[in-house]
Design a protein around this ligand. Structure first.
Ligand code: TXA
Ligand code: MG
Length: 336
């Protein structure tokens, strides 16, 4: 059932709190994408998230908190993380922090000694505050697929598998949070996302760099992720007959007169607008039966970093080899 929270936000929070209290999994809007949420301290409820999402159990969840006081009950904040937290929370940033032992069940953190934490904005923030405990919430999609940015997308992804979907309209940012880990030599970027790294570097006075991939298991380690059903072709400078075209800016793309369908996500060339519409457009193209989606080049700066990261994964080969899965499992063991 989809519940419109704009109509009566207080009633929405009351029924969400009730559902969380009995260990249910619910779908809630955040400013980035919709999340599939359960009480992060309730082992059975979190286990259900993994089942519904068909997510490998070695892939840990983000714990969503309402404020810094709640964060510090579950994790320790080093001085740089604290500075970033004060500057960018609530907002589209996730910090991987050292967890306080014994506060969260291992199912939530995949048994790691670190925990990914974020303070979201809007309805989900008010909900966590009212509930009084953190929510474990991955993006509301079947593992490996495009994240949902509308309540209708969540419903079409899970059907009755998620009985309560709280509808806050299309999400504002449209790509997932930026995931960071502060370490001795600076800040590692585990996943580019809704918070541009230029802003992070400016606030911290430190460089943000690529992580040591053998140390951390993050979502991007699985090559294909955020993928629509259609094939995806990147940096397209022309479009073939029968292809679906995703445009950025108003320049004519050779072949567009004869292609199957054209979506212009931002005629004015705004990365924010493109990011906000990206997943819903991929979903719409899929639903219309697109076989191949051609996407024009997107600048690699600001939100473009997150957009290009998702597009590369959407375009990656779909079947994981057994070798890739085994490697991921080994890295996950090493990370523990
Ligand atoms: O915007 C977002 O971050 C959304 C909304 C719902 O908050 N959530 C989201 O969650 O994208 P999810 O589970 O789809 O992606 C979070 C990723 C996971 O794939 C996981 O690999 C990584 O964060 N992660 C979680 N805990 C981690 C940890 N301790 N160390 C490294 N990576 C971690
Ligand atoms: Mg996800």
């Amino acid at each position: 059932m989809i519940i419109d929270i704009a109509a009566d936000p207080a009633a929405g929070i009351t029924s969400a709190v009730e559902a969380l209290g009995r260990g249910a999994v619910i779908a809630v809007p955040t400013e980035t994408v919709y999340g599939l949420a359960a009480d992060a301290t309730n082992e059975a409820a979190v286990a259900q998230i993994f089942e519904i999402k068909r997510r490998p159990s070695f892939n840990p969840l983000i714990c969503h908190c309402s404020d810094l006081e709640m964060v510090s009950a579950f994790a320790t904040l080093d001085p740089v993380s604290l500075r970033l937290a004060e500057r960018f929370w609530p907002g589209p940033m996730t910090l991987v922090l050292n967890s306080k032992p014994g506060r969260l069940p291992p199912v939530t953190t995949a048994g790691l000694t670190t925990v990914a934490i974020r303070i979201p904005m809007g309805f989900s923030n008010g909900l966590i505050r009212a509930y009084g405990r953190p929510l474990a919430a991955p993006s509301a999609n079947i593992s490996g697929r495009v994240s949902a940015t509308t309540a209708a997308h969540v419903e079409s992804e899970f059907g009755d598998g998620v009985p309560l979907i709280f509808d806050g309209g299309p999400t504002k940012i449209g790509v997932e949070s930026t995931i960071l880990r502060v370490c001795e030599n600076g800040i590692e970027l585990l996943r580019p996302g809704g918070l541009p790294i230029e802003l992070v570097e400016h606030a911290a006075g430190l460089q943000v760099s690529a992580p040591n991939l053998f140390k951390v298991l993050a979502p991007g380690m699985l090559t294909s992720h955020y993928a629509p059903r259609a094939m995806v072709r990147l940096n397209a400078t022309r479009v073939g007959p029968g292809e679906t075209l995703l445009k950025f800016g108003d320049a004519i793309v050779p072949g567009e007169g004869a292609c199957a369908r054209v979506f212009n996500l931002s005629p004015e060339g705004g990365l924010e607008e493109f990011a906000a519409k990206l997943y819903a457009t991929l979903k719409e193209a899929d639903d219309a039966g697109a076989e191949s989606i051609a996407i024009v080049p997107i600048p690699d700066e600001g939100l473009g970093l997150a957009i290009n990261d998702r597009l590369r994964r959407a375009a990656a080969p779909r079947t994981l080899t057994l070798g890739e899965l085994e490697q991921a499992a080994v890295r996950s063991k090493e990370a523990r």
